[in-house]
Design a binder for this molecule. Structure first.
Ligand SMILES: NC(=O)C1=CN([C@@H]2O[C@H](COP(=O)(O)OP(=O)(O)OC[C@H]3O[C@@H](n4cnc5c(N)ncnc54)[C@H](OP(=O)(O)O)[C@@H]3O)[C@@H](O)[C@H]2O)C=CC1
Ligand SMILES: [Mg+2]
Length: 341
């Protein structure tokens, strides 16, 4: 029966291929997997898996390049069997996407197994996510970021906050339900604004004490309840560096897995050139400085890692290419270069 259902589904998918764009087909397929546990179970049995261990993603290295490994369902079942785990563990996974051919991608945390055993079996290593971010390309980083955020959310929402009863995830992991009173919980994100401030000729970059040495980024801050985006930008700039925003405009957004799951909303802001004296809020930031176009262009050429200069200080370097802070900085450089002198 299951085989027949699968054959019919494949035929229907084939028709979809012919009728719709790849993007539309993928989105419809993912939607169905979230709605239909039976279909999702089938997809788990033919899909591929990104593995985690206590939220550290599994990476492999080929030459000098790191990548996030995809493990087939059959290989994963073999590993589970070898380490005396039930095949049903596949159902703890969460759906994180699919290929153009509608092969589903899942993420699974194997934290209950011995980390080193899996590493030596699969020839790779579980790496802290923020470290992995500096080693991966944008596509892998985006998938792992989503995967970690979802896995963490499920791990911390095992009980209903109203009844105290256990909640159960749907197969895809797009929600959890408390079956005592049918309360549905959906994964949450916190909105965060990230703002690149300019005074017309320079841009303002800041660092927190927890950043790696020499790394500076744009100003970031969580939205408070009741605030508009514009209000958050104005408040954060005032709070963190003591400046008043004259104008601002939206650029782009990005999911960010730290500290839990944030939606980074990236904006540019201008301050009055005559009122540009920075007063750093030392409770929030270690330092904040205006940087010239030349300094920023030079920093963009550097590898994103600490580099000690001869005088013992660290050179300025910026977040990795696919981080939205990097994109804001690139945009600012482009704007400056196209502005009339
Ligand atoms: N993608 C990118 O390019 C970049 C991303 N970021 C990210 O932006 C995020 C926010 O930046 P940050 O400067 O730390 O933010 P804030 O300036 O808002 O300061 C962080 C503090 O805000 C409080 N806070 C308020 N709401 C929340 C919430 N929902 N979750 C957690 N803390 C909250 C906490 O204080 P307390 O604990 O005292 O209550 C926390 O320590 C960080 O997660 C950072 O990783 C930053 C730069 C670049
Ligand atoms: Mg901040």
């Amino acid at each position: 029966m299951a085989m027949l259902y699968q054959a019919v589904y494949r035929r229907a998918s084939f028709m979809w291929c012919r009728l719709h764009s790849t993007y539309v087909r993928k989105m419809r397929y993912l939607f169905e997997l979230k709605e239909d546990d039976g279909l999702c179970r089938q997809a788990q049995n033919s899909g591929t898996f990104y593995l985690f261990h206590n939220l550290f993603p599994f990476l492999q290295k080929v030459g000098s390049k790191h990548f996030a490994s995809q493990i087939s369902a059959s290989e994963l079942k073999r590993i589970l069997k070898k380490f005396k785990q039930d095949e049903q563990k596949l159902e703890d996974s969460v759906l994180i996407g699919c290929s153009d051919e509608c092969m589903a991608y899942f993420a699974l945390d194997l934290g209950s197994l011995e980390k080193m055993d899996i590493e030596s079996e699969l020839k790779g290593s579980f790496t802290e996510l923020w470290k992995a971010f500096f080693q991966l390309d944008g596509k892998d980083a985006r998938l792992l970021s989503l995967a970690q955020a979802l896995l963490r959310w499920h791990d911390t929402h095992r009980y209903c906050s109203k009844t105290g009863q256990p909640t159960r995830k749907n197969l895809a992991g797009s929600k959890r339900v408390c079956h005592t009173n049918e309360i549905i919980y959906y994964p949450q994100m916190s909105p965060v604004v990230i703002t690149l401030v300019s005074d017309g000729s320079r841009c303002l970059l800041a660092r927190q004490a927890s950043f790696p040495q020499g790394m500076y980024s744009a100003l970031a801050g969580f939205c408070d309840v009741g605030e508009t985006l514009e209000e958050t930008v104005r408040r954060e700039v005032a709070e963190e560096v003591g400046l008043e925003v004259k104008s601002m405009w939206y650029s782009a957004s990005q999911h960010w897995p730290f500290p839990n799951s944030s939606l980074m909303i990236a904006c540019h802001a201008m301050v009055w050139p005559q009122q540009n004296e920075i007063r750093v809020n030392k409770l929030e930031l270690e330092a904040a400085t205006w940087f010239s176009l030349e300094e920023v262009v030079e920093a963009l050429r550097r590898e994103p890692r600490p580099l000690r200069q001869e005088d013992g200080r660290f050179s300025l370097w910026l977040p990795p290419k696919w981080a939205i802070a990097h994109q804001l900085i690139q945009e600012w450089v482009k704007q400056q270069s196209t502005m009339p002198a």
